[in-house]
Design a protein around this ligand. Sequence first.
Ligand SMILES: [Ca+2]
Ligand SMILES: [Ca+2]
Ligand SMILES: [Ca+2]
Length: 478
Amino acid sequence: MNTSRRNPHRSRLRTAAASAAAVALAATGLATLPSSASAAADGIVVQYRTSASGASADQSEPWLKVRNAGSTSVPLSGVKVRYYFKADSPSAAYRFACSWAVKGCANITGTFGTLANPTATADRYLEIGFTAGAGSLAPGADTGDMQLRFHQSSWASLVQSDDYSFGPDRTAYGDWSKVTAHVNGATVWGEAPGGNGPTDPPDPTDPPTDGPRLFDDFNYSSHTDPKINANGWSVRSNSGGPGVPGATWAPENVTFASQSGNSVMNLETSTAGTGASTKHTEVLTKSMKFKNGTYASRVKFSDTPRSGPDGDRIVQTFFTINDLKAPMADDYAEYDFEYLPNGGWGEPANILYTTSWETYRPDPWEAVNAHSEARQSYAGWHDLVVTIDDNQITYYVDGQHFGTHGAAYLPERPMSINFNQWLIDLAGQPSTTPRAYDQQVDYVLHVKDQVLTPSQVNAMVGAYRSAGTSFEDTVPGS
Ligand SMILES: [Ca+2]
Ligand SMILES: [Ca+2]
Ligand SMILES: [Ca+2]
């Protein structure tokens, strides 16, 4: 059985999509706050004003000051401030910027999160944090002006009049309880939107404790380590698609190395500009036994080769797939994360796709799928999560929603779990100088028939590591 990839021309036919929600912020904002307040941290006050008071605006401009009204010094690195707002659409993506700050914009962070209990005026929040370089607030001191802003990634105007924390009349600084402040996770100032306060039930961060699952931290010595096969993995060596004709799939280019005590798998893909010199890599489960539930992996994408000239149309992936039994057979299924650092499929530059497949026909090419996309760099480590239940397929990147695809694309049969890195063609870089690209994988997790939040995924992976378990597979064969 060969569950390899194919389809060199999909981009022109990404047509059947019902949903094409662009999204994505490389920010983890889903961490939840403990439900106890810390008396020791009492005394933090947040002042607010806006410099964009319109009901709608190109950017929301919450300017903030954090003041220590207590009697002990407070390190700012432990302080978070949340500004709550109603997103312009469920899939809208936002970006944070700092225009100017007394503490220095380089010392101020802004990430976005999703509320566990959305209200009419709040389903997201902007969370402001501080690096160690921001120092501490002495009793009576404040941060001074923090001139902050955020906007839609698309630069479409945003509606502020429906935002919980927005105060159109606040054109001068004053105490503002519609933003919250948190010190080391405890809420110490303000009131969160209803249902989201410290005494309300927290986000479900406790993962389920039972049920079949697969976890692998990829703790292996080499591609010939017998544990790889014993644990259900195949390191591909058979030839064939997808990608450059004549290329081989090189098991020896799948390697393992320890990074700070954590084993990481590396898929190296190399070429010297010809089919014969091109070596792709793929690692996949031998069994197709995975269907509904949660799939998660931490993957390091790269924008540039480790060595040699850049520009190849490379694809870096994490996906699930089964076999196409006949052209347009509807029991085909595939769910992809695909990062193209140098473009391809008609795209000129970086793009990340998530794609859910009903089926396809290889020749003449026709696809029935839905996809979401974001045109930006994803170089570096990212937390990838896709959940499949009886109604929809939902993708997350770094804890942020990245797209939902409907029931038409649900799987009919179980699938394998795959990682691969390959070249679409050799047109991106005509040189015959050798070059090699890396894609790294930290772990993979599948929880059968249960939809986990990204926070629950992180908690479950953390529990495996705390227990010293680098591999477990209790998913029954199908
Ligand atoms: Ca809004
Ligand atoms: Ca299907
Ligand atoms: Ca690992």
